[in-house]
Design a protein around this ligand. Structure first.
Ligand code: HEC
Length: 148
């Protein structure tokens, strides 16, 4: 890459990251069908996801293998919400929520493995598949439960 275009590329990247950083402050909107006690039980569990995601996206695009592996493994080992018993406030979360929590771990592990092997193409693909699990869970969470 010529140095002028490299510089432009870098500036574009930094601008994108700054816009991203500003929006990281964002919280998820509150789905009206989820009761307050469930929100409380979820508590701060999802806090930090935004910042972790920024760090991981950067490490992925810059192919920092160790960073990708460590952060992806961090997602695999982070504490999980237990599938709730009948009386638990987390009952109002859809079953899909808990499936996707497991799915995220599996996909984050695949990303960690790709980084360990330093397989660039696989890192990109595994990252995309992992993000799909993030989006799918947010979608399951925000959408009102469908009648059975
Ligand atoms: C098992 C379901 C689930 C998965 C998987 C999941 N999230 Fe979330 N996420 C949530 C929920 C629920 C909230 C809202 C929490 C709240 O409002 O207290 C949330 C909130 C967030 C927020 C906003 C910060 C906040 O506290 O509201 C960000 C950013 C975020 N998630 C990023 C991610 C990323 C990145 C991934 C994938 C690496 C991911 N999430 C995977 C359920 C999930």
């Amino acid at each position: 890459m010529r140095s002028a275009s490299k510089k432009a590329h870098l500036i574009a990247l930094i601008a994108t990251l700054l816009v991203g950083a500003a929006s990281v402050e964002k919280r998820m909107r509150k789905p009206p069908h989820i009761p307050a006690e469930t929100m409380k039980a979820l508590g701060e569990r999802m806090n930090g996801h935004g910042l972790a995601m920024m760090g991981l996206s950067l490490a992925v695009v810059l192919l920092e293998y160790d960073g990708v592996q460590k952060m992806a493994e961090g997602i695999v080992t982070e504490p999980k919400l237990k599938r709730p018993a009948t009386s638990d406030p987390l009952r109002s979360l859809p079953p899909r929520f808990f499936e996707l929590q497991d799915e995220l771990s599996v996909r984050a592990q695949a990303l960690a493995d790709a980084a360990k092997k330093k397989n660039d193409a696989e890192i990109g693909a595994a990252y995309a598949r992992m993000i799909e699990a993030c989006v799918a869970c947010h979608s399951a969470y925000l959408a009102p439960a469908k009648p059975q």
